[in-house]
Design a protein around this ligand. Sequence first.
Ligand SMILES: NC(=O)c1ccc[n+]([C@@H]2O[C@H](COP(=O)([O-])OP(=O)(O)OC[C@H]3O[C@@H](n4cnc5c(N)ncnc54)[C@H](OP(=O)(O)O)[C@@H]3O)[C@@H](O)[C@H]2O)c1
Length: 331
Amino acid sequence: MRVAVVGATGAVGQEILKVLEARNFPLSELRLYASPRSAGKTMVFRGEAIPVEPLPEGPLPVDLVLASAGGSLSKALAPVWAQGGALVIDNSSAWRYEPHVPLVVPEVNRERIFQHQGIIANPNCTTAILVMALWPLHRAFRAKRVIVATYQAASGAGAKGMEELLRETHRYLHGESPVAEVFAHPLPFNVIPHIDTFQENGYTREEMKVVWETHKIFGDDSLRISATAVRVPTLRAHAEAVSVEFERPVSPEAAREVLAQAKGVEVVDEPLARRYPMPLTASGKWNVEVGRIRKSLAFENGLDFFVVGDQLLKGAALNAVQIAEEWLKGP
Ligand SMILES: NC(=O)c1ccc[n+]([C@@H]2O[C@H](COP(=O)([O-])OP(=O)(O)OC[C@H]3O[C@@H](n4cnc5c(N)ncnc54)[C@H](OP(=O)(O)O)[C@@H]3O)[C@@H](O)[C@H]2O)c1
């Protein structure tokens, strides 16, 4: 199994390397690609320094490509890599909405992996974290309506997003006015209800991704979903406040039992002991944390809960590697 990581030096790419190593992924050769800016760099994998190569335009000499170098690059090159014989698992949004491209969270729709035609898409990070909690509850109680507000970390905008938050916080604390290049406004000591571009319906593309992608992953367009996506000044791990109305009767106790059995989910729900999901506790974890589970005061058969997941892991690198692992195991 010869593996290429395209975008290896980025926020997601660096995590892919760590996940491949930590999970002992069965690879015989690893090639790392990035832009010409990274020429001369090396990255350490299993104790060995591997050179970062400039990405060529043609096929790559590998069996599996894990791509996280942006949408336009994937749009242009993923078909070339696939035609060259590699399976491409793509972290960008370039292929997610193509009907012939599976959009996969293995805990939800593993079977779609085996319908690929060379490219498999990894979902948007906010969606991946939401569905980890929503899918087991949906199976048990049939969700009808979902309202979600997100609290998204700076690293969702890549390595540059993290750097901007740290740099501008430092400037602010030294009496200077923070400026914004990556984000729409200065992020330190602020929250910004604007991620990605505004659509005709008044929602942002990030918000609509949650709707479109949850429908595709669940294979069910009837679920009604509204999202508000907000950038907050945390470094890592996205948090989401979720309200769900179900068809069937539900209780917080029953929901906790269902979630306790769900793979990839950790119930962290002891509010009196100050234990609930938070970015600081979820960062670096493979599981998503779910807690603050309570009966909705707004919906009949409703629940409110809080879910937090490391979006560089379950929202990107870990999910991509899990797809590859399941692909190797076979149907
Ligand atoms: N950050 C997240 O939480 C997250 C989650 C899910 C999905 N994604 C998606 O994953 C992708 C990468 O995101 P990221 O956050 O890792 O971004 P990032 O930190 O900005 O990293 C981008 C990577 O792409 C490489 N790259 C850029 N232009 C290139 C080119 N022309 N040729 C070859 N390599 C090039 C960069 O190389 P250099 O270092 O050489 O510039 C770097 O390795 C995006 O499509 C993003 O939407 C991100």
